[in-house]
Structure formats: structure tokens, C-alpha cells
Ligand binder design. Structure first.
Ligand SMILES: Nc1ncnc2c1ncn2[C@@H]1O[C@H](COP(=O)(O)OP(=O)(O)OP(=O)(O)O)[C@@H](O)[C@H]1O
Ligand SMILES: [Mg+2]
Length: 301
């Protein structure tokens, strides 16, 4: 069974903006799925429709087989949502926010207290359980949103830009946490602007552009389509680039150059060639993210 099945989804806002122009999208149960797209492409609109905050203009949406038009209560129970904007009560205590959310799903207070303890520990907020939410840092607020989204043990977690504004260390911690949740069986749908995130975590992804899905693919498969990678090389001393022209070298500064390496080339041979040309290499690593190039190509097309 699919976690999400969207057919011909259309949304025209009252302002006349056609945010979705007939979106078809299926997400398998257990998948870790990324929805990508430029600002204003329609990502939050899709999530809004899935979660009942936005009414669709046309089309059909099923969540774990429950049609949102006829069976919205069951559909809603099976998803947990982490919205793009912080929307919890800023003067409530952390644990209360999570426990109160459980109430909306008919979970009794005792169970909610017990479950909130486990979840708050997992997201690293147990020490802050009595803090007024307003006093949390941005990253902590983000984790509070995740804890709240998980309190009713949904089969699927939907996150709208979960790591926006979260520092690098915390972001890696969150990736790890989301991976664990997914490995334990929860389907995950997220939107993000960090393509590294997609490469690190997601199985499948879709790109939406101006309200239409323009690409739907497996992430691993997509990566094989990127013909070359750019590597950044640090050298002891910059020499003539003539002998390494085949790598399309770009000199960044006196100790740094970027080179392009075709997928089929062996890194050993690349390094050998550089060494034979007299370069002393002190560092060598892939530059930037491979998906980024592909993404830019697609959205700028
Ligand atoms: N409540 C609204 N009323 C009118 N137009 C809206 C509303 N919400 C969104 N839109 C418009 O719909 C389009 C899609 O917006 P949406 O928020 O879905 O984009 P997004 O992909 O989530 O972008 P971002 O990456 O910036 O979050 C945009 O043109 C936006 O201006
Ligand atoms: Mg958005």
C-alpha cells in the first residue's frame, strides 16, 4: 500500500495564484522521500492539503488508503506534521505542548505523559521539559516541533524544511534521528533546500516546479546521471596547469584548484597524473553536492 497517493491535484488560491496544476505523486509505505523545489514552487501547498490546512481545488488524495474527502479523520491520525513555521504556544512549557497535542488525538493523559518523556529524551529536550517554549533556541524549537508531531505515533511524518536555520552539528544529529525513525518503520516526507540532506537520507525524490512535478526518481539512480564530479585539490605549490588540462582545472588561489573528474575515471589515476605533473597534493575532496548541479539544471530549464 502507498502511504500517499495523489492524483491530478489542483490548487488555485483565492488570489488567483495557481499553486498546483495537476500533481500526481505516490509515496510508498516506509519510504524516505524528499520534495524539492524553488521558493514558491508549491511544496507547502501540497503539505497543507495533506494535513487539512489548505482545501484543494481539484484532484484526489489518499493517505494510507484513506481518501481525505471522505475519511479525513483516519487520514489525519496516520500522519504527524512538522510545519515550516513554529506554531506552538510560545508561553507554554515544553512537555505540556507535547502532552496537549496528544489530547487532540484522544490519547489519555497518563499515556501522553509517559510517551512524551520517551520522545523528549530522544530529541534531547528532556532537560528542557519545564522551560517556557519561547526561551528555547531555534534548533530546540525545531526539535520540539518534531516531538509534538510524533506524540500520536503516526505511520508517517511530514516535515516542511525541518533543518532550516539549524546549525551543522544539530542538523547531522537530526538526520541521524530521522533515519532511526524511518528504520523503525515510519514513512518520512520532507521538503528541503539542502541537497546534501537528500543525498544523505532519502530514497526517492521529486522536484516540483511552478506547481508541476518535473522529476520523480530514486536518489541513487539520479546520482548516476551526474556525469562528472568536481573535486577541490589543495597543493603545496601552484604549477602550470597545461599538463592537466583534461581535468578542466580552475585555479582558485595559489594553493587551491578545482578539477572535474568524469564518472568513469579512477581517482588513483587522477592523483597520479597530478603527481606526475609535479603537484604535491595536501588535500583532495569532492566539492559541493552532486545533486545540486542537477537540481539547478532542472529548475532553470
Ligand atoms: N495563502 C495563500 N494565499 C495565496 N497564495 C498563496 C498562499 N499560500 C501560498 N500561496 C502561493 O502559492 C504558491 C506556492 O506557495 P508554497 O508556499 O506552496 O511554495 P513552497 O514551495 O512551499 O515555497 P518555499 O520554498 O518558499 O517554502 C506561491 O506562489 C505562493 O505565493
Ligand atoms: Mg514552503
Amino acid at each position: 500500500m502507498n502511504a500517499i497517493c495523489i492524483k491530478g491535484l489542483v490548487k488555485t488560491y483565492r488570489t488567483g495564484t495557481q499553486a498546483l496544476k495537476g500533481v500526481d505523486l505516490s509515496i510508498a509505505d516506509g519510504d524516505f522521500f524528499a520534495l524539492l523545489g524553488a521558493n514558491g514552487a508549491g511544496k507547502t501547498t501540497i503539505i497543507g492539503i495533506l494535513t487539512g490546512l489548505v482545501t484543494k481545488t481539484g484532484g484526489k488524495v489518499e493517505i494510507f488508503g484513506h481518501d481525505i474527502d471522505t475519511d479525513f479523520e483516519a487520514a489525519k491520525k496516520s500522519i504527524g506534521v512538522v510545519p515550516q513555521e513554529f506554531n506552538f504556544h510560545m508561553f507554554e512549557q515544553v512537555q505540556d505542548i507535547v502532552v496537549n497535542q496528544a489530547g487532540y488525538f484522544g490519547i489519555d493523559h497518563k499515556t501522553a505523559l509517559k510517551d512524551s518523556q520517551e520522545i523528549l529524551k530522544r530529541v534531547g529536550l528532556w532537560e528542557k521539559r519545564k522551560a517556557i517554549s519561547r526561551t528555547l533556541s531555534g534548533g530546540m524549537k525545531r526539535r520540539l516541533m518534531i516531538a509534538r508531531g510524533l506524540i500520536h505515533h503516526p505511520r508517517m511524518l511530514i516535515l516542511d524544511e525541518p533543518t532550516a536555520g539549524v546549525d551543522v552539528e544539530l542538523r547531522h544529529g537530526m538526520w541521524e534521528y530521522l533515519r532511526q525513525i524511518n528504520a523503525a518503520g515510519t514513512t518520512i516526507l520532507l521538503t528541503t533546500h539542502y541537497l546534501e540532506e537528500v543525498e544523505q537520507m532519502c530514497n526517492n525524490c521529486a522536484i516540483i516546479k511552478e506547481g508541476e512535478i518535473v522529476l520523480l526518481d530514486n536518489v541513487r539512480h539520479l546520482l548516476t546521471k551526474v556525469p562528472q564530479d568536481t573535486y577541490r585539490v589543495t597543493v603545496k605549490e601552484m604549477l602550470s596547469l597545461d599538463q592537466v588540462r583534461s581535468f578542466n582545472p580552475v585555479k582558485i588561489d595559489e594553493h587551491t584548484l578545482d578539477i572535474e573528474i568524469q564518472k568513469r575515471e579512477e581517482l588513483n589515476e587522477v592523483i597520479l597524473k597530478l603527481a606526475q605533473s609535479g603537484f604535491v597534493i595536501t588535500d583532495f575532496h569532492p566539492k559541493g553536492n552532486r545533486l545540486e548541479k542537477l537540481f539547478l539544471e532542472i529548475v532553470q530549464r
